[in-house]
Design a protein around this ligand. Structure first.
Ligand SMILES: [Zn+2]
Length: 267
C-alpha cells in the first residue's frame, strides 16, 4: 500500500515536472548589419547584398510555420540618419535611412509574421551622425522611442530573449542583474550587436566583457547572438557560453527543442 502510494506520488511529480519544464519547440530567424544607406564597402555594397537575403527569408517564413519571429541584430542603417527635424534648408541631405530601412526590411517582414514579431536591436551605426545632425534625429533615438526601446526582453514558450542594445555596458548590466535574478534558472538567449571575440571585437573593453561574463555565467544561458563583424561564426566563450555571430552574408534559422538550441545558415 505504501509502495503504491509512493508510485502514485512519483507519477504525479513526473507529470508536474514535465509540464513545468516542457517547452514547445519553436524556430526563429536572425541576421544583422543591413546597413541601409551604405554605398560601397571593399568593392561591394553591403546594403544591396544583404537585401538579396530578404526574399529567401520571407520564403522560409512562408514555408515553415514554426518560425515565430525575427531578430535583426544592429547596424540597421549606415549613418544613423533618421527623419529630418526641420524642413529648413537646402544644406541638409534629406535621405532618411531609417524610413528606407523600415520600408525595405521591416514592412515586408511584418507582412509575413506580424508587427510584434520583428525585434530590432541597436548597433553602433545607429548612432553615427555627421554635420547633418543639426537637422536629424538619430536612428538610435528612433529605437529608443519605440515600444521596446534599447534594452528589453520577451518570452517565447518558456525561453527569455534579452536584448542588450549595442553591447552590455554598465547601465545595461545593472538592468540585466535584476532581470536575471528574477528569471533564475529558466532558459535565456541574449542578443546584442558587438561581437565578443575576433576582428572588431575591441569596440568594447576586456573589463566590460569580464563584468558581463561574471554576471551571466551562473545562469542558464543557451546562447549569445551578435552581429557587427560581417562574417558568420560560432564559438564557445570561455569554453562555456555558445556565441553565434549572424553578421555574414546569410541568415540563421534557430531551432529550440528539448532545451537545446541548434541552428543552420541559409542564403
Ligand atoms: Zn557595428
Amino acid at each position: 500500500m505504501l509502495l503504491l502510494k509512493s508510485k502514485k506520488s512519483f507519477f504525479l511529480f513526473f507529470v508536474i515536472t514535465f509540464f513545468v519544464n516542457y517547452v514547445t519547440p519553436f524556430k526563429f530567424i536572425a541576421f544583422s548589419d543591413t546597413h541601409i544607406g551604405r554605398q560601397v564597402e571593399s568593392g561591394n555594397n553591403v546594403a544591396v547584398e544583404k537585401l538579396k537575403l530578404r526574399e529567401p527569408i520571407i520564403q522560409e517564413m512562408k514555408d515553415d510555420e514554426e518560425i515565430k519571429f525575427a531578430l535583426i541584430v544592429g547596424d540597421l542603417v549606415d549613418h544613423g540618419w533618421a527623419n529630418p527635424r526641420f524642413n529648413c534648408c537646402g544644406c541638409c541631405n534629406l535621405i532618411d535611412e531609417w524610413h528606407d530601412f523600415e520600408q525595405q526590411w521591416v514592412v515586408p517582414l511584418i507582412s509575413q509574421i506580424g508587427a510584434s514579431n520583428v525585434y530590432l536591436c541597436a548597433g553602433n551605426h545607429e548612432k553615427i551622425l555627421d554635420y547633418r545632425k543639426i537637422c536629424r534625429k538619430s536612428a538610435y533615438k528612433k529605437i529608443e522611442e519605440s515600444t521596446n526601446g534599447i534594452n528589453y526582453y520577451f518570452k517565447t514558450d518558456g525561453v527569455f530573449f534579452l536584448c542588450c542594445g549595442i553591447y552590455p555596458d554598465f547601465n545595461t548590466c545593472l538592468w540585466l542583474d535584476d532581470l536575471l535574478k528574477w528569471i533564475g534558472h529558466r532558459p535565456v538567449i541574449i542578443f546584442f550587436h558587438y561581437n565578443i571575440e575576433g576582428k572588431y571585437s575591441d569596440f568594447w573593453s576586456d573589463d566590460e566583457k569580464n563584468i558581463f561574463y561574471n554576471l551571466i555565467q551562473k545562469y542558464n544561458i543557451k546562447a549569445i547572438i551578435n552581429g557587427h563583424v560581417h562574417k558568420s561564426s560560432t564559438y564557445l566563450w570561455n569554453k562555456k557560453i555558445r556565441v553565434i555571430n549572424v553578421g555574414g552574408y546569410n541568415f540563421t534559422i534557430f531551432n529550440y527543442s528539448d532545451g537545446k538550441l541548434t541552428f543552420e545558415r541559409k542564403s
